[in-house]
Write a protein that binds this ligand. Structure first.
Ligand code: GRG
Length: 295
């Protein structure tokens, strides 16, 4: 497990270095929005999605610099989603990644703009030549991320999540919502490097199955942490699902059955990786990390 945590740190450092390049503070009046973008990205979070991109890149011999650009775009979109999710109009959270949320540290309007700019500039990074020499591959990646982050992916999932605060959702609806809200970006993170390296259909399908499983596992462990986690370790306010009477995997299944479901998905994720042999060991460790995570 420690090797895995080292890999997360390596991914974090590689993306941070690239973010420094893409987000220099300008010497003009727009500097404030860039400061907020940097606050919400650099050094923040586990970089789990970046790790997936860098790890799958190694599996398919994709040049590292290509993967770092993809991972940077990914973490920018992820950070935008967290900034907007924390806003008063959405989850109204004051703490994220162990520090004040962006709208608390800056102000609401700046946080909205920082999220908007991270989303927009992520596509600038992805469309950059350093992402891939082949323009058609860059276009493919841009289309993929737009699709998975937009109405049919994360934003669509967030909409269902907001509706779920006002009406009870059944297990099938929760799975669909989480497949979009949390799963869509993990789908991009698990498959983008393979797409960029022109992997076979069989390899892509295996990674898609893996991504589906870890997406749901990630959300189930998030729901479990909301009930049993330590807020200092997780870095955000916990216990919110219960006070807001949200439908979650834990509220519908109970803690034990939710844990069992995550374990079953872990087995399925493992099976999906069998075609890659030992090359997928880091992905196996990632799935185990999700099951055991406490932050
Ligand atoms: C506002 C468009 C819009 C979307 C928000 C992803 C999301 C949709 C909201 C986040 C809510 C949330 C806490 C979901 C649980 C799963 C999740 C995405 C957790 C945060 O990801 P981590 O644990 O965070 O990888 P770090 O900080 O490590 O990057």
């Amino acid at each position: 497990m420690s090797n895995f945590k080292d890999q997360l740190k390596i991914a974090r450092a590689a993306v941070d270095q690239n973010l420094e390049k893409w987000l220099p503070i300008p010497d003009n009046l727009s500097a404030r929005v860039v400061e907020a973008m940097r606050y919400a990205t650099i050094g923040g979070g586990k970089a789990f999605r970046a790790f997936l991109i860098l790890t799958t890149a190694k599996m398919f011999d994709l040049p590292e610099q290509n993967a770092i650009n993809i991972a940077t775009a990914m973490e920018m979109v992820h950070a935008y989603s967290l900034i907007h999710d924390d806003l008063p109009a959405m989850d109204n959270d004051t703490m994220r990644r162990g520090k004040p949320t962006t709208h608390i540290q800056f102000d609401e309007a700046t946080a909205i703009l920082a999220g908007d700019a991270l989303l927009t500039n992520a596509f600038e990074v992805l469309a950059d030549e350093a992402t891939n020499k082949d323009g058609s591959i860059r276009a493919k990646l841009v289309k993929m991320l737009a699709h998975l982050a937009g109405k049919d992916g994360m934003v669509g999932g967030q909409m269902i999540d907001l509706i779920g605060e006002k009406q009870t959702l059944n297990l099938e609806q929760i799975e669909m919502l989480q497949d979009k809200k949390t799963g869509a970006l993990l789908m991009f993170a698990s498959t983008a490097s393979a797409v960029a390296a022109k992997a076979t259909e069989e390899q892509l399908n295996a990674l898609k199955t893996y991504a589906k499983c870890i997406g749901l596992m990630f959300q189930i462990t998030d729901d479990i942490l909301d009930v049993v986690g330590d807020s200092a370790t997780v870095g955000k306010t916990l216990g919110k699902d219960k006070t807001e009477t949200k439908s979650t995997f834990v509220s519908v299944l109970g803690l034990d059955a939710a844990r069992k479901k995550a374990e079953d998905l872990g087995v399925e994720a493992e099976q999906a990786l069998s075609i890659f042999g030992d090359k997928a060991n880091a992905l196996r460790e990632a799935a185990r990390f999700i099951l055991e995570r406490n932050y």
